[in-house]
Design a protein around this ligand. Structure first.
Ligand code: NAI
Length: 275
């Protein structure tokens, strides 16, 4: 059910690859609430993914940009401003990639040029996007920027590997740029720390199914789905959250605040009884 929360707003959405992508669901939800959008993804994702379908459904242009390439980001902002004829009201950063995870290098045997790539694509890209926007004055007064994160920024999840470093850096950029852009234009910047979600990036993490099942059992109201995340992002893009900024918001069904649930205790005591 739509509430016209984003009527008249213009947004830029990074990271919709296919129907399972969190960014895909966010774009659909924002469209249902009345927003117009530009979609972007890496050139390779434009070839391999299904983003054209989403662009047609939402009547949104698709502008390719590799987020680790400053020229691409500059061109993306130029074309986006041209398309809308003015600055944007919201941005979703929904981008992550680790060559070390992809190529199964364990945390204690990282390749450092791959670590640099992980940090560049998954975290420093947010800084690139905001810095370019700053110079081009591409964000409207009180615009809202949301970046997707994961609780491995705070706690050890061994198979999340160097993406944990990327998320910690991403959340730090959220705070630091949140300060500067808040002072300059009332722009708010927040990280949404989302439950494990079955997407291409999510299922690429070794042991993802166990992450998902464990989080489900340890979250009093259950894991947040991609659709739940999309509704939360709509609220963050809306005028109802103008004083919320520089935060990491745990959108995880209570997982981050639960030590151990009764469900998990039952599982362990049943296993103990059969020993
Ligand atoms: P996804 O695989 O659908 O999205 C990741 C996106 O990053 C893809 O669209 C991909 O093309 C894009 N990307 C990768 N390298 C790029 C580059 N160089 N330039 C531009 N775009 C590039 O997966 P998902 O899960 O929707 O990921 C979105 C965000 O959510 C990521 O930041 C991820 O870390 C975060 N997240 C995901 C969780 C999960 O369990 N799926 C949990 C918490 C956070």
């Amino acid at each position: 059910m739509a509430h016209h929360l984003l009527e008249g707003k213009k947004g830029l959405i990074f990271g919709a690859l296919d129907e399972s992508s969190i960014a895909w669901k966010v774009a659909e939800a924002a469209h249902a609430e009345g927003a117009r959008m530009v979609l972007t993804n890496a050139p390779v994702a434009l070839r391999m993914g299904k983003i054209q379908q989403l662009g047609e459904a939402l009547q949104a242009p698709i502008i390719p940009a590799d987020v680790s390439n400053q020229e691409d980001i500059k061109n993306l902002w130029e074309k986006t401003l041209e398309h809308f004829g003015g600055p944007v009201d919201f941005v979703l950063h929904s981008v992550g990639m680790s060559p070390n995870v992809r190529k199964k290098r364990p945390y204690y045997d990282l390749k450092y040029d791959w670590l640099h790539k992980t940090l560049d694509i998954s975290a420093i890209s947010l800084h690139r996007i905001l810095q370019e926007a700053w110079h081009m004055d591409a964000l409207a007064e009180k615009a809202s920027v949301v970046a997707l994160s994961y609780i491995a920024a705070q706690r050890a999840f061994p198979s999340y590997n160097d993406m944990a470093e990327a998320k910690a850096l991403l959340e730090s950029i959220v705070r630091s740029f949140g300060y500067h852009y808040g002072k300059r234009k009332g722009v708010r910047i927040n990280a949404v720390s989302q439950s494990p979600t079955p997407t291409t990036a999510g299922t690429g993490v070794p042991g993802f199914d166990t992450f998902l099942a464990y989080a489900e059992k340890n979250s009093p109201v259950g894991n947040a789905t991609a659709e739940d995340c999309a509704r939360f992002c709509v609220m963050l893009f809306s005028d109802y959250t103008e004083k919320l900024t520089m935060q990491t918001l745990f959108h995880d069904g209570g997982f981050s605040m639960t030590g151990i649930s009764e469900d998990l205790m039952d599982i362990f005591s049943a296993a103990h009884d059969t020993e």
